[in-house]
Design a protein around this ligand. Structure first.
Ligand code: IPM
Ligand code: MN
Length: 354
């Protein structure tokens, strides 16, 4: 296969983890005889620093003609006092909207050897293997009206969902459940929010097309609690944009480190693949970041974006093998373990891939 990948390293640790993931991709492409070509574009704070808007036209044009997009992170404290629309993060929201990627898949699982690296007892974490399906183009992130009034006295954001927006993301969750453990938990706040009541109604209707999948509903506060108390009880978690943002960070922390979580954002066109972690400015440029989230995102890009399932699986197996040898980055190293840097870890995974 020939595929062109646009790399958007972005801010903070983004460039380091994207370099790590690209190294692994190049290796697996060679091993499986694929031609992957890469081009790199600016986004977020990196674009702002170059005197460009956070999502430059050139970046958007490149993304639209790519087969897939691999993004590092956006977010830069230098722009913290800017209004939301002029911050690096605005680029990510605009990019998601422009790409039409409405379904954000965030798998969270236990990795071999890391069962004890999180805050939970091994017995509680054991067997955790869930996926958050987060609606990515609606709700509070995009709803109008929004803004702070002129006097600075009050502000408004709008949570709005329409039926088709709920149907399409629900279908993604149910289809995934068919390949997994046939369970979907839909998370909402239907005891308070009308939007959630519509969400619940529509998800229940969609479930009618999937008689073998067991659908349950959970309020978001209860879901957050259960995620900490019994993470292994979840299979597919389907939820709206903001709840999904919050629950996926929690799922990452529960599994040992936010640095471990990959994501795939899918829509009708090319997919957007990015680790769930942010730009972590305190770690940037120090070879300290955990590249697993980015490398596993590259694996999702192959599997879910380009249909190269065996190739994606080869990357995941390589990560597992490296973890079994005891190699650890600082975030997942135990008190008695020495940590290696981002680049050394990535090198080991690349070697193990082909
Ligand atoms: C994420 C991030 C983004 C989000 C930010 C950077 C806009 O937290 O991908 O989870 O809230 O979606
Ligand atoms: Mn987030």
């Amino acid at each position: 296969m020939n595929a062109h990948i646009v790399l958007l390293p972005g801010d903070g640790i983004g460039p380091e983890v994207i370099a790590a993931a690209t190294q692994v991709l190049a290796r697996v492409a060679k091993a499986f005889n694929h031609e992957l070509s890469f081009s790199t574009q600016l986004i977020g704070g990196a674009a702002l620093r170059a005197g460009l808007p956070p999502l430059p036209d050139e970046t958007l044009a490149a993304v639209k003609s790519a087969h897939a997009v691999l993004l590092g992170a956006v977010g830069d404290p230098a722009f913290d006092d800017r209004p939301p629309a002029e911050r690096p993060e605005a680029a990510l929201l605009a990019l998601r909207r422009e790409m039409g990627v409405y379904a954000n898949l965030r798998p969270a699982r236990t990795w071999p050897g890391l069962e004890g690296s999180g805050p939970l007892r091994r017995s509680v974490l054991a067997g955790t293997d869930l996926i958050v399906v987060r609606e990515l183009l609606g709700g509070l992130y995009y709803g109008q009206p929004r803004g702070i009034d002129e006097s600075g006295f009050s502000a408004i954001n709008t949570m709005r969902y329409s039926r088709p927006e709920i149907v399409r993301v629900a279908r993604v969750a149910f289809e995934l459940a068919l390949e997994r453990k046939n369970r979907v938990v839909s998370v909402d706040k239907a005891n308070v929010l009308e939007v959630s009541r519509l969400w619940r109604t529509v998800v229940t209707e969609v479930a009618g097309d999937y008689p073998t999948v067991k659908l349950t509903h959970e309020f978001v506060d209860t879901a957050a609690m259960k995620l900490a108390l019994a993470p292994a009880s979840f299979d597919v978690v389907l939820t709206e944009n903001m709840f999904g943002d919050i629950l996926s960070d929690e799922a990452g922390a529960v599994c040992g480190s936010l640095g471990l979580l990959p994501s795939a954002s899918l829509g009708p066109g090319p997919g957007l693949f990015e680790p769930v972690h942010g730009s972590a400015p305190d770690l940037a440029g120090r070879d300290l970041a955990n590249p697993i989230g980015a490398i596993a995102s590259a694996a999702m890009m192959l599997s879910d974006g380009l249909g190269l399932r065996a190739e994606g699986a080869a990357i995941i197996s390589a990560i597992e093998r490296v973890l079994r040898t005891g190699l650890r980055t600082a975030d997942i190293a135990g008190a008695d373990e020495t940590a290696v840097g981002t680049s050394m870890f990535a090198e080991a995974v690349a070697m193990g891939t082909g």
